[in-house]
Design a binder for this molecule. Structure first.
Ligand SMILES: Nc1ncnc2c1ncn2[C@@H]1O[C@H](COP(=O)(O)OP(=O)(O)OP(=O)(O)O)[C@@H](O)[C@H]1O
Length: 277
């Protein structure tokens, strides 16, 4: 059985024995010598997720899908400090998911900018803003389990990986531990997991990439009460190290996590507003 606890040892052993029948030979790391290099994720590695004092900022973003006439987002501006938890709520069809897609780099704003701005201790910008690169963003879509492709958890987590290096394995170990998948067999079929564990797996898939900003579209949708409580607890834990922006209708359950919140009004107009409970 492969568990995350033994993942490093497991990968080391399998990669060290040619023809050992290791199905996931993407773990073979050319140029990597001994298993000693495959150490468990250090604290410094984990904190690499977010180490500077910065804000994710959306400035006067307008969005009209190519070939259409109507703007789905109108002059959207907001700012989310690092390691804080933002929530966007509002009626269906307002443009919440569209905004997440822009932040994830899946579509480009028609005008306006999405940037990371660093601030000094005096509260003033201390360097030029940099565009938010898609590699720094992890996005978990609504009902992510519908997109699971692999037969085992480990294959799902490493699906499409390029040639491996030590960093990948360290990130994998970090992600598995961060979402609490380290107590189950990584040989299990992702589709056999409970609803809450499927969401953990979807989160882990994104965390492997060590994003600075994590976007979640309706993370509690379709889950029973126990799984919902489970995911809320997990997000509370992840919030300590990551900046998280959630789109959700489940306001009460997420309220205790929220640092900033906005209502998306129909027509793609975003207003900062306390959660209506
Ligand atoms: N590519 C597109 N072209 C035209 N209209 C689009 C496109 N993508 C989304 N829309 C429309 O934009 C509006 C906003 O959609 P969006 O999914 O962002 O809303 P939402 O607030 O996330 O809604 P929900 O809460 O139901 O997920 C909807 O009316 C949708 O049909």
């Amino acid at each position: 059985m492969k568990t995350a606890v033994g993942l490093v040892e497991y990968a080391t052993i399998c990669c060290g024995i040619p023809g050992a029948g290791f199905r996931h030979n993407r773990f073979h790391a050319d140029g990597m010598g001994s298993g000693a290099q495959w150490r468990v994720c250090s604290k410094a590695q984990a904190l690499r997720i977010s180490s500077d004092h910065s804000c994710f900022e959306v400035r006067r973003v307008n969005y009209r899908p190519p070939g259409t006439e109507n703007y789905l987002l109108n002059e959207v501006s907001f700012s989310l400090p690092e390691k804080s938890f933002g929530l966007i709520f509002g009626r269906s069809g307002g443009g919440k998911t569209t905004l997440l897609h822009l932040l994830a780099g899946l579509s480009k704003p028609t005008s306006g900018s999405i940037i990371i701005q660093r601030y000094g201790n005096d509260g003033n910008p201390c360097q030029l803003p940099e565009p938010l690169a898609p590699e720094r963003v992890g996005m978990v879509f609504q009902f992510p389990e519908r997109y699971f492709l692999a037969d085992t958890i480990i294959e799902e987590l490493t699906f499409g990986w390029p040639k491996q290096n030590a960093d990948h394995l360290l990130n994998l170990q970090y992600a598995i531990n961060a979402v609490g998948l380290n107590t189950i067999s990584l040989d299990d079929d992702p589709h056999s997991l409970s609803g809450g564990y499927k969401r953990r797996l979807a989160l882990a898939f994104q965390l492997v990439r060590m994003p600075k900003l994590l976007l979640l579209d309706e993370p509690l949708a379709g889950l029973d009460w126990k799984a919902r409580a489970d995911v809320v607890k997990l997000l509370k834990h992840l919030k300590k190290e990551l900046t998280i922006l959630v789109v959700s209708h489940d306001l009460k359950e997420l309220a205790s996590l929220v640092d900033r919140s906005w209502r998306m009004q129909m027509g793609g107009i975003l207003k900062e507003e306390a959660i209506p409970l």
